[in-house]
Design a protein around this ligand. Structure first.
Ligand code: ADP
Length: 489
């Protein structure tokens, strides 16, 4: 079956460039393109949030929610490139999605219940019968559940396999018990073996239990989440499904993130013209109001949440400033961290620049302009920031956890191997020592530093191999689903 063209529906609550809060959007915007370039018929579906202003009306149809009907409007656009064309469908409904922002509302269960139902309801209307639906994170968890319950005997749907990808196990979609009624399920589903989770209903559990195949976004995280330390109270369930649980490391879009061809940065460059990268540093310093000096420039581009190790960074800030570095942070998130970094800016105005907000164009300028990229995460399913940094020759300093451990090889001065710097324990002294180690090589051994930059830029995290692995996973899901149908007959 392996060279057969697959029909794939990729369902996600965010897809770059239409809606993005983090790495999920990057994956949803780039993996389908890579699969399409391999010859598969892949289509993407996401909610039509208010901020999205593309998409032509295609059709509409009723979606039954808790014994009443809502309207699902389908709009369509396309992601096109020289070797791919990916139809993108938007699920439009004024009541659920026409709001400022993407997440964080009181009725998230209603919104994503509607989304999942509308995704399945859409398929006959657009005359697309996928071999597999690739579902992402808790927002899509009810899709595998519906296929294995409501649609299990329906000829149109029953051969559709499902892959459920965990992009971050911490976000689970936990809602009160009466959410079951909204989903259209009886109380028999409120058991620990099904959707009950410590007295509530869990949407991610629906995905994890009912998908044919589960995966997460690095091999290391796939192992970590089977332990109590990283399992977010789902490690038992994940261990039970270990036979169906895989890890595939994320790629990034090498066309979108390409220093040789990036219209947003100050100066284009490649491995051959690596010295030109410096112009991006001075451009960034100017834009961020920092003195234009040849000091090491350390950057963070991140959601400002506990996961990202920001307490470690603030815990060593004074010592880091004492090393004479400049620091640039682009991020948005918790009020606590926003305030903390603004205070640090006040304390070190000449060395620190803080931009609070979500700004993909500025992010690229930072990836191109910084010398080092800090990502000392508490846990990290894959991490894309370090991959983009590698592509731009900006050296990652990371905690060796999750996907960071899979993608960043600690520089070894003896062999000259390594594309970054990493440390093990979640500990601020370990972070500081690692930053100092990087700074010493940066200032005392420019030739070695250059070698690390070349190693970084030569690391290949384009989608090629991982997209191929996803295609194999889809085959497994299709096969597994078909074998359960035939067993039932
Ligand atoms: P996560 O998915 O946990 O947020 P990742 O490293 O996997 O972390 O992906 C984060 C993505 O979001 C990267 O592409 C990063 O550049 C981008 N990003 C994070 N914060 C911002 C921001 N404030 N402005 C622009 N891009 C951001």
């Amino acid at each position: 079956m392996s060279d057969k063209r697959l029909k794939i529906l990729f369902a996600s609550s965010e897809v770059s460039p239409y809606a993005k809060t983090g790495g999920l959007a990057d994956v949803a915007g780039s993996l389908p393109k890579a699969l399409a370039a391999m010859g598969h018929d892949v289509r993407v579906v996401l909610p039509k949030y208010k901020q999205i202003n593309v998409g032509n009306y295609l059709t509409d149809f009723p979606v039954e929610i808790d014994h009443h009907l809502e309207t699902g409007i389908i709009r369509e656009t396309k992601l096109t490139g020289k070797d791919y064309e990916v139809p993108v469908y938007f699920i439009d409904n004024y009541k659920y999605f026409y709001r400022d922002g993407i997440y964080g509302f009181d009725d998230e269960a209603e919104r994503y219940n509607f989304f999942c139902k509308a995704v399945l309801g859409m398929l006959p209307r657009i005359d697309f019968q996928p071999h597999v639906i690739h579902c992402n994170d808790w927002q899509c968890g009810l899709i595998p559940l519906s296929l294995k319950t409501k649609y299990v005997d329906n000829i149109f749907y029953q051969k559709i396999g499902t892959v459920f990808t965990i992009h971050n196990l911490q976000y689970q979609g936990i809602f009160p018990r009466n959410t079951l009624r909204l989903i259209g399920l009886g109380d028999e589903y409120f058991t620990p073996e099904r959707l009950e989770f410590y007295g509530n209903v869990s949407f991610i559990k629906a995905g994890l239990l009912y998908a044919d195949i589960i995966n997460t976004v690095s091999n290391n995280y796939a192992l970590e989440i089977q332990t109590p330390e990283f399992g977010e109270r789902l490690d038992g369930l994940l261990r039970k499904r270990a036979q169906d649980l895989y890890g595939i490391v994320n790629g990034i879009d090498y066309e979108e993130f390409d220093p040789a061809n990036d219209p947003f940065i100050y100066q284009k460059y490649s491995i051959e013209t690596i010295d030109l990268k410096k112009k991006n540093k001075s451009g960034l310093q100017k834009e961020m109001d920092l003195p234009i000096e040849d000091k090491p420039l350390i950057a963070v581009v991140s959601r400002l949440v506990d996961q990202k190790g920001l307490d470690l960074i603030s815990g060593i800030f004074e010592q880091m400033m004492g090393c004479g570095v400049q620091f640039v942070l682009l991020g948005t998130g918790s009020d606590y961290y926003q305030k903390l970094f603004l205070e640090l800016k006040v304390k070190y105005p000449k060395q620190t620049a803080i931009y609070l907000g979500f700004n993909p164009d500025l992010a690229k300028k930072i990836y191109a302009g910084a010398d080092m990229f800090l990502m000392p995460s508490r846990f990290e399913p894959c991490g894309l920031g370090q991959l983009v940094s590698l592509r731009y020759g900006t050296i990652p300093i990371v905690r060796a956890v999750g996907g960071l451990a899979d993608t960043i090889q600690d520089y070894d001065e003896k062999t000259g191997k390594g594309n970054g710097f990493s440390f093990g324990p979640y500990d601020k002294t370990a972070l500081l020592e690692t930053i100092k180690r990087a700074l010493r090589i940066y200032s005392e051994h420019p030739d070695r530093w250059r070698r690390i930059m070349v190693n970084a830029m030569k690391s290949d995290f384009s989608w090629g191999r991982s997209a191929e692995e996803y295609a194999q996973l889809y085959e497994k899901a299709i096969h597994k689903n078909l074998s359960t149908i035939y067993r039932a007959v």
